[in-house]
Design a protein around this ligand. Sequence first.
Ligand code: ADP
Length: 177
Amino acid sequence: MIPANSNTLTRIEIVQGNIVNQQVDAIVNAANTTLLGGGGVDGAIHRAAGPELLAECRSLGGCPTGEARITSGYRLPARHVIHTVGPVYRDGRHREPELLASAYRSSLALAEEYRCRTLAFPAISTGAYGYPKEEAARIATSAVAAWLEEHALPEKVTFVLFSAEDYNIYEKFVKKK
Ligand code: ADP
């Protein structure tokens, strides 16, 4: 369970849906190290944002695993896209937990730097990158809760889960008081 006080809990929301439709200051993209687009949520974000997003991503020169980069959101409702790279899951003994937590923290730090009040995350690394869903949800929710305990921005973080299965997993970790 997340080590959160009641104020922190009210700043975390979970929804089932498509992240490209979120009306927030920034959405997070589960990108790869090239930042040149891919499948899954990355493909959906690039399709919805339009070709200008890829052009800006090309200028960034990639992003190491566990770090994040920020661009404009172009045709998205979101003003910014924060591109982060989660780890490819092998066996859990190749720094995957640390790198996944770092991907969340790096994204939160950029959101703070760009004064984003609202931020939406997908379930980073749990698709093509194969991270076990429960373990990834535990890391995601505890990294975000720990950040919110110590920072005023972002004011609110939404986890956007594509499937009902993922929503149910997150619900267990983000218990409503
Ligand atoms: P990764 O390569 O980091 O594993 P994926 O995009 O393959 O990234 O999957 C990450 C998660 O994003 C998966 O849970 C997948 O179901 C989910 N996902 C895919 N498309 C969307 C979308 N449009 N909005 C929100 N989540 C999505």
